[in-house]
Design a protein around this ligand. Structure first.
Ligand code: NDP
Length: 484
């Protein structure tokens, strides 16, 4: 098979297999071809990974931040050197066009390794002077063994966004990719070893939800970072709470994007395209509820349709192609079922809506107009290329409607009115907001959701606080006063 790794799991610096685990077929979404066959982790594999991660942690944490950082930065360089090969693998794993994977996956993972590698040497506690000469100092400590659980849309990026800050802080990690896209995290693990990471510092095991669940409940685990859907997040958060574990939850969304009539329409259309159709719409922060002020609605829809007609849909390995298949037949069917719901609910289909011929999991980019707030296509996360366009009249009205959702991952506004832009983002109930652009997530900026979309933040200096904790040391310079 074309992309068969040496074995399913990577534990303690080597590939490990246990064929007693349930089979996992890796399917190339563009053709339906099986490109690798792996096995889900058995309880023995889970135990091996956690034991090795636990054994490796003290030594890793005892290294200086400079040394840990150097290893992460070396791993970043290796990833960049191998970007093309890693991108080809990512395209096979996910179906995303090579045009995208070349710039958004291994490179984003490399950014995280470089950024957190750079921070590792300057992670410190602080000195807090008190009265009478006493003082407190704090020691920033690693949490221990961290578990990362990934979704299938950005497998390399997620493996690094979780691994890089965890390792920078002196933790070790057991990462479980989605069983739909299990290949690229193994490459991340290999590269870290090549870069000099001690064995056991970053381990990858495969598996379905049950494997994730067994990791989350293991007493050896100090922290769980999940990227996934809200229902899974609820389960994982509850299970982690039982063991009082730290969590980061990066979950789903149904984010609003507001286009005022004074906006640059060409830019707003670009934002709507990026925020709905990049990665065939399989992006958590997508702005899938596009509120367009009535005065520009038809002009917006016309330009959107004209530009969507020029999308190049096809073989994701062709670098001219900019719209690929969906990750799986299952995900395709979910998205198509929402197209039927949209039609049945009375929304106006203005573009696409059809499955495309062939064995791959392709559907057309799809736009509904005249969508109302109560329709399922406006309320539920679809995680596919289905955009809902809703009309609005006033600023006050649109902000209330934009926030009327259980989710709070992202939100965007297109307007040339400076004060209105800032007023709107101040009112958004969302973790990541955009003014006159959409869906950029540089490693320097915090990323994450509010409300049901998550807990904690990834990336930026804030991620450090989610992978370390402070020990407080009170130092007395005086005699101890006791009441009796
Ligand atoms: P799922 O929630 O189905 O799965 C996420 C991961 O959790 C998978 O690895 C899954 O394994 C695992 N899992 C499932 N059940 C459990 C459990 N009980 N305990 C522990 N782990 C479990 O999400 P998808 O993979 O379908 O990804 C799509 C979702 O991810 C969307 O809702 C999307 O919005 C969200 N997402 C959020 C992002 C963010 O940063 N906020 C970014 C990208 C996606 P398995 O797949 O084997 O079942």
């Amino acid at each position: 098979m074309k992309f068969q790794p040496k074995a399913s799991h990577f534990i303690n610096g080597v590939y490990v297999e246990d064929t007693n685990g349930a089979p996992i077929d890796v399917i190339y979404p563009a053709t339906g071809e099986i490109i690798a066959r792996l096995h889900s982790a058995t309880p023995d594999i889970v135990d091996q990974a956690l034991t090795r991660a636990k054994n490796a942690q003290a030594e890793w944490a005892a290294m200086s931040g400079t040394e840990r950082g150097r290893i992460l930065r070396r791993a970043s360089d290796i990833m960049r050197d191998r970007n093309r090969a890693l991108s080809i693998l990512e395209t096979h794993d996910t179906g995303k066009p090579l045009q995208e994977t070349l710039v958004a996956d291994a490179t984003s993972g490399a950014d995280a390794l470089e950024y957190f590698g750079g921070l590792a040497a300057s992670l410190t506690g602080e000195h807090i002077p008190l009265g009478g000469g006493d003082f407190v100092y704090t020691i920033r400590e690693a949490l221990g063994v961290c578990v990362g659980i990934g979704a299938w849309n950005y497998p390399t990026q997620i493996a690094c966004w979780k691994g890089a800050p965890a390792l920078a802080c002196g933790n070790t990690m057991v990462f479980k990719p989605s069983e739909t896209t299990p290949l690229s995290a193994l490459q991340v693990a290999e590269i870290l070893i090549e870069a000099g990471a001690p064995k056991g510092v970053y381990n990858v095991i495969q598996g379905y939800g049950d494997v994730g669940a067994s990791l989350v409940t293991d007493p050896r685990v100090a922290k769980v970072s999940l990227t996934g859907s809200v229902p899974t997040g609820r389960k994982v958060y509850a299970a982690a709470a039982d063991g009082m574990k730290h969590v980061t939850m990066e979950l789903g969304g149904k984010s609003p994007m507001i286009v005022f009539d004074d906006a640059d329409i060409e830019n707003a259309v670009s934002g709507a395209i990026l925020g709905n159709f990049y990665s065939s719409g399989q992006v958590c922060s997508n702005g899938t509820r596009v509120f367009v002020q009535k005065g520009v609605k038809e002009a917006f829809l016309k330009r959107l349709s004209e530009r969507l007609a020029t999308a190049k849909i096809g073989d994701p390995l062709d670098e001219d192609v900019n719209f690929g298949p969906m990750v799986s037949e299952n995900q395709l069917n979910i998205a198509l079922s929402y197209v039927e719901k949209g039609k049945a609910e009375g929304a106006r289909l203005v573009f696409g809506g059809e499955r495309m011929d062939g064995d791959g999991f392709y559907m057309q980019p799809t736009v509904f107009a005249d969508v109302t707030d109560d329709m399922a296509i406006a309320r539920e996360e679809i995680f596919g290329p289905v955009m809902s366009v809703l009309d609005f009249d006033t600023e006050e009205e649109v902000l209330a409607r934009a926030n009327d959702t259980e989710f709070g991952l992202a939100a965007g506004v297109f307007t040339n009115n400076l004060t209105r832009a800032h007023r709107i983002v101040a009112g958004f109930e969302a973790g990541t907001c955009y003014i006159n652009t959409y869906n950029l997530a540089p490693v320097e900026a915090p990323f994450g959701g509010s409300k049901m979309s998550g807990v904690g933040r990834e990336n930026s200096k804030l991620a450090i606080n989610h992978f370390s904790e402070m020990k407080t040391v009170y130092v007395s310079m005086n005699d101890v006063e006791a009441p009796y």
